[in-house]
Design a binder for this molecule. Structure first.
Ligand code: ATP
Ligand code: MG
Length: 194
């Protein structure tokens, strides 16, 4: 175990047995939890996908009008099809119904893009909130995962991901908040946080 190795301060010598492992035609990833790093992990994977020549699309389910993450600018330059939906986090949204309508529209686009098979990677950033607030049906999301074309990998991000999406995924990572600069009065910094 890694913890035993680090306790002994010796490098690992055994390579993990791989005989029964295969390369999947696609994978489903979830990054959830209350710590920082969910979206940046997804966009880091986008870079890997672009590096192997995959067509990639990102659908953002929540976005405030003036909040454009740096990844959007760079990903567009790399040919990633980027759709920013939503008009902000609900607590600073002036019109909750509009946020809801935009999240529903974002899911329509995302589910169409998944089913089309035109993309090898579809990222649904901050989609968990749309499920938590019952804006989109979790059963539809699970069905889209299960019925996707074989080569289409998916990434879902956001806090408090629904257990049914977690169950349908291959790799699920929970970001644990140990501490965050914001708690110490330091607001989001461009270049680091967006
Ligand atoms: P990132 O986009 O930096 O990977 P994230 O996707 O894990 O963060 P979100 O919940 O989507 O986190 O929030 C995005 C913004 O909120 C970023 O500016 C991020 O730094 C900030 N943030 C993330 N986690 C926390 C936290 N625990 N406390 C305060 N701010 C946070
Ligand atoms: Mg995020």
């Amino acid at each position: 175990m890694a913890s035993e190795q680090s306790a002994e301060k010796t490098p690992p010598v055994d390579t993990p047995a791989k005989d029964s492992h295969t390369v999947a035609s696609s994978l489903v990833l979830v990054t959830t939890g209350h710590g920082k790093g969910k979206s940046t992990a997804a966009f880091g994977t986008v870079l890997r996908a672009v590096a192997v020549g995959w067509p990639v699309t990102v659908v953002q389910f929540l976005k405030s009008g003036d909040w454009q993450v740096g990844e959007e600018k760079m990903c567009r330059k790399l040919g990633v099809e980027w759709l920013a939906a939503g008009d902000g986090f609900t607590w600073d949204s002036s019109d909750l119904d509009e946020s809801r309508a935009q999240a529903v529209a974002a899911w329509e686009v995302a589910s169409e893009r998944i089913a089309s098979g035109e993309y090898r990677l579809v990222v649904m950033d901050e989609i968990s909130y749309a499920m938590t607030w019952d804006w989109i049906d979790v059963a539809d999301v699970v069905s889209a995962i299960e019925n996707r074309p074989p080569n289409v990998s998916l990434i879902f991000t956001g806090r408090d991901m629904d257990q049914r999406v977690i169950d349908a995924a291959d790799t699920v990572t929970e970001m644990v908040n140990i501490k965050h600069a914001f708690d110490n009065g330091k607001i989001a910094k461009k270049g680091i946080d967006h």
